[in-house]
Design a protein around this ligand. Structure first.
Ligand SMILES: [Zn+2]
Ligand SMILES: [Zn+2]
Length: 186
């Protein structure tokens, strides 16, 4: 049992890393540029504009002031990154991009929290008939095209690199690989 867990551990970490990288790739360049600009503008505002209009020096110690102002800048750039991410993430989930981008701009970050609570699973389309399919489907509901490799014994998801089912130990090669890998032979 322990050896199974050991061999699965790193693979699972790699999969999570890959998902994170894919998610980060969704952030468009304009959002990264916008985030840098937002950070610079926020810092400029607090370090240059505000002191000019204040006659007595800030009562906060310098270190705390520095920490607070860096945090405000980081928050401003995070907002821009989030908007960029949602502009690419909402369409692939069949959600209204404009509505959600407006919601996320709402102050307090409530829109962003709602977005991540309410977002729909990623949609993709069937390579054979173009029907929208949920990421969890193994077969297209309209034409029965196999979209994900799955075990021929327990019908749970298998990866194309697996030789045996990770759930039931079934020998995947016995499932007639060409049919099992139909979705990947395009
Ligand atoms: Zn189909
Ligand atoms: Zn199985």
């Amino acid at each position: 049992m322990d050896s199974t867990r050991d061999t699965l551990g790193p693979k699972r970490d790699m999969k999570m890393d890959a998902e994170l990288t894919d998610d980060l790739r969704l952030i468009p360049r304009w959002a990264i540029a916008g985030a840098l600009a937002a950070f610079a503008l926020t810092e400029y505002y607090f370090w240059v504009i505000v002191p000019q209009h204040r006659h007595n020096p800030s009562p906060l110690p310098t270190a705390l002031r520095f920490y607070l102002l860096i945090s405000w800048g980081a928050l401003a750039s995070l907002y821009v990154l989030m908007i960029g991410y949602i502009s690419n993430d909402a369409p692939r989930r069949g959600m209204s991009t404009r509505l959600w981008m407006v919601c996320v701009v709402m102050p307090g970050g409530i829109g962003a929290v709602l977005y991540f609570l309410l977002r729909q699973p990623i949609l993709s389309s069937c390579p054979s008939c173009g029907t929208h399919i949920d990421g969890s489907y193994h077969y297209c509901p309209q034409c029965s095209y196999q979209v994900t490799a799955c075990c021929g014994n327990c019908y749970r998801t298998a990866r194309i690199t697996d030789l045996y089912c990770v759930h039931c130990g079934h020998d995947l090669a016995a499932d007639h690989p060409p049919a099992r890998l139909q979705a990947f032979s395009r």
